[in-house]
Design a protein around this ligand. Structure first.
Ligand SMILES: *[C@@H]1O[C@H](CO)[C@@H](O)[C@H](O)[C@H]1NC(C)=O
Ligand SMILES: *[C@@H]1O[C@H](CO)[C@@H](O)[C@H](O)[C@H]1NC(C)=O
Ligand SMILES: *[C@@H]1O[C@H](CO)[C@@H](O)[C@H](O)[C@H]1NC(C)=O
Ligand SMILES: *[C@@H]1O[C@H](CO)[C@@H](O)[C@H](O)[C@H]1NC(C)=O
Ligand SMILES: *[C@@H]1O[C@H](CO)[C@@H](O)[C@H](O)[C@H]1NC(C)=O
Ligand SMILES: *[C@@H]1O[C@H](CO)[C@@H](O)[C@H](O)[C@H]1NC(C)=O
Length: 632
């Protein structure tokens, strides 16, 4: 490059020389820049009153051979273009003169400029008196290089290497003049320095004369370089200036030793309970990760290098876990440890476990479960929370005390830990019939209905049913009973066909006593019409007055019934009186059972009954003005 400056200097000097010594004043630019394959125009301006008598263009190649070569000759008789093979078809010459300005110009045009055109061009102008002047122009060719291509080293670079290691290669093609490569790390240019950075550059000239420049970057890597980015920048000349382009950025892999390891549980901040799967990880601050060894209570555990998976942990897995690593390159031994607590909640122990109480007795039930965490204990019966502590005190036991008690232990800080246990408490006593014989709805298809009887007592009573025909007093075969145990007693049910009027007896017995209940079940059927005349037909059906309130069959019917009733009261007053005298008509009795009268439609089966521990039977009057006794 200094050569070029020298050339420029010489050119400048020669221009000066010309101006001093020659008579003809010739002016030319020192340098003309042109892109490869472009068009170059080199002009030569002279000062003369009359047109030049002779114009000659020469070229002079750089280098040793300083001889000139003529490429153009002009005088008033001839014009010769010596284009030779070098400029064949690519050069044109023109010249002109402006007498009013006493100025002439000669122009050299080179098309499709080649690298070989980069030389010095001289223009010699002679006037009529054979005085002459000469000018020089150097033609400078430019070609913009390709974009730089960077390639990183895929291997890791160790910070422990003694010499700088190669980290990247940069290449740029087809530049002219020779482009320069500069390396950058994080936007700061890198310069060759003794031990830290080494840059090795090479250039090749292709057959076409263009330059390929390659550069290798070597650095002594540091731990922080793992986050650094590197790139190369190419600077090249263009006509009239300098330009630059940058490569992509690359990262490098830095290898550095592990000086510290950290152990952690994944996910963190979580209570671990028995049965859980626990992931323990170990992480070194080096790259790559070293080989880890996990130990627990002095025993080596098999792990997937940095991860230790503990499945289905038990409380015995609690304790300190140690992770160790040894960096072979750096010879550094490191370790970390972590304490793990596996929480638990044991099975509940309830004392006493099962109990039979006498009536009036007291009992304290204790519920305990061992846990590694604070617990909450609560007692429940039939889904209701009784107390929120370990001990449940039962006072003055009665049948109502009997039942299934549930103790529940929970761990507020670890809700998945929870235990529960039930305990059966029985209260001794002779049977007590709680629900007297109840009659279910009648199945219209087969005229059957269900009789139920519920008796409390412990030991659980056995229930026996007896059925007898009311009229004959003879026993009726009893269908098989369905017995159902509850917390405190037995619910028994039989399914009876309504063939005649019956007396049903339910008797409950255990070692401590017996209790009986009986009930008369009267059966009759009604046939009613909506006409003024009501007839009663004795049937074998039973009717059950449903407990639901009556449902009107229509207000029209009701009005008709009322009218009929009023009429019948007057007409049949004597009949009622007669019945009353016979004592068969029930009069406004009060009883436990609330009987309801129901208007039945023609085909309804109606059953009436009366229950009670007494043997009393109360017959219900039919509705709709039926004044006849069903037994009549
Ligand atoms: C051309 O030049 C010759 C001498 O070289 C001269 O005799 C002649 O007059 C010139 N012709 C013109 C037209 O200038
Ligand atoms: C330039 O020169 C070429 C031959 O060298 C010729 O064909 C062309 O016409 C010339 N162009 C001009 C503008 O003089
Ligand atoms: C390239 O580097 C050389 C030497 O430092 C310098 O002379 C030249 O001007 C540079 N080229 C560019 C395009 O900057
Ligand atoms: C783990 O537990 C041991 C003893 O129980 C204690 O000395 C040590 O400091 C604990 N380590 C951590 C990391 O908590
Ligand atoms: C125990 O209960 C019975 C019947 O429920 C009651 O008569 C008696 O007074 C109660 N005794 C006490 C000490 O509460
Ligand atoms: C009587 O009870 C049995 C068994 O629970 C049931 O299938 C049947 O429908 C009941 N009969 C009537 C009339 O409700």
């Amino acid at each position: 490059m200094t050569l070029r400056y020298n050339a420029l200097l010489i050119a400048g000097l020669s221009v000066l020389t010309c101006k001093t010594w020659a008579v003809v004043d010739v002016n030319m630019e020192d340098r003309v820049d042109v892109s490869l394959k472009g068009q170059a125009e080199i002009s030569c301006i002279y000062t003369l009153m009359e047109p030049a008598k002779m114009i000659v263009w020469f070229t002079k190649s750089p280098g040793r051979d300083q001889s000139r070569r003529r490429i153009y000759y002009y005088d008033n008789q001839s014009e010769i273009i010596d284009e030779g093979s070098e400029y064949a078809g690519r050069i044109n010459f023109t010249h002109s003169h402006e007498p009013q300005n006493a100025r002439g110009s000669a122009l050299l045009i080179i098309d499709n400029v080649q690298l070989s055109d980069q030389k010095e061009y001289m223009c010699t102008v002679h006037d009529v008196s054979t005085d002459s002047g000469e000018g020089h122009t150097r033609l400078q060719i430019f070609n913009s290089p390709s974009l730089p291509v960077i390639e990183g080293i895929h291997m890791g670079i160790s910070v422990t290497a003694e010499e700088p290691s190669k980290v990247a290669h940069c290449k740029v093609d087809d530049g002219y003049p020779r482009p320069n490569i500069t390396w950058y790390k994080d936007r700061f240019p890198l310069q060759q320095s003794d031990n830290e950075v080494k840059i090795s550059e090479s250039e090749t000239t292709k057959a076409n004369g263009l330059f390929t420049v390659e550069s290798d970057l070597y650095i002594k890597a540091q731990r922080t370089d793992k986050d650094a980015f590197f790139y190369c920048e190419v600077k090249y000349f263009v006509p009239g200036g300098v330009r630059m382009t940058e490569s992509k950025e690359i990262n490098i892999i830095v290898h550095y030793p592990t000086t510290e390891v950290t152990m952690y549980v994944n996910p963190p901040d979580r209570h671990i309970k028995e049965g859980d799967t626990v992931e323990i990880r170990c992480e070194g601050n080096g790259n790559p990760q070293p080989v880890f060894t996990f130990t627990h209570k002095g025993e080596e555990l098999s792990a997937d290098n940095e991860m230790l998976l503990l499945e289905n942990v038990e409380r015995s897995d609690s304790g300190t876990f140690v992770c160790q690593s040894y960096d072979f390159d750096a010879g550094i031994d490191t370790e970390d440890s972590i304490n793990i607590t596996v929480h638990y909640l044991d099975q509940i122990v309830v004392t006493p476990e099962e109990t039979v109480l006498n009536q009036g007795e007291d009992l304290a039930l204790t519920c305990n479960a061992l846990s590694s965490l604070p617990t909450l204990t609560a007692w429940y019966k039939d889904g209701t929370r009784l107390v929120e502590r370990h001990v449940l005190e039962l006072h003055n036991a009665s049948y109502a005390t009997a039942g299934l008690y549930k103790c529940e232990v929970t761990v507020p800080s670890l809700p998945e830990l929870q235990q529960q246990k039930s305990v059966q408490i029985s209260v001794q006593g002779k049977p007590k019939i709680i629900e007297e014989i109840a009659v279910g709805p009648v199945n219209k298809a087969d005229r059957s209905f269900n009789l139920t009887c519920y008796a409390e007592g412990y030991p659980f009573p056995t229930i026996t049913w007896t059925l007898s025909d009311q009229r004959t007093g003879l026993p009726v075969p009893v269908p098989e009973a369905e017995n159902q145990k509850t917390d405190t007693g037995i619910l028994s049910m039989i399914s009876v066909r309504a063939m005649s009027e019956l007396t049903a007896k339910c008797s409950a017995a255990n070692e401590l006593g017996t209790e009986d209940v009986s009930r008369k079940i009267e059966a009759f059927a009604h046939v009613t019409t909506t006409t003024t005349q009501a007839t009663s037909t004795k049937g074998t059906g039973l009717t059950v007055p449903p407990k639901q309130s009556r449902t009107g069959g229509g207000s029209g019917v009701v009005i008709a019934v009322i009218i009929i009733c009023l009429l019948l009261i007057a007409i049949l007053g004597s009949v009622l009186y007669f019945l009353y005298k016979k004592g068969k008509l029930p009069c406004g009795r009060s009883g436990k059972q609330d009987f309801t009268k129901e208007k039945a439609s023609k085909d309804d089966i109606v059953m009436e009954m009366k229950s009670g521990k007494s043997e009393e039977a109360v017959l219900l009057q039919g509705v709709n003005g039926d004044k006849k006794s069903p037994t009549e």
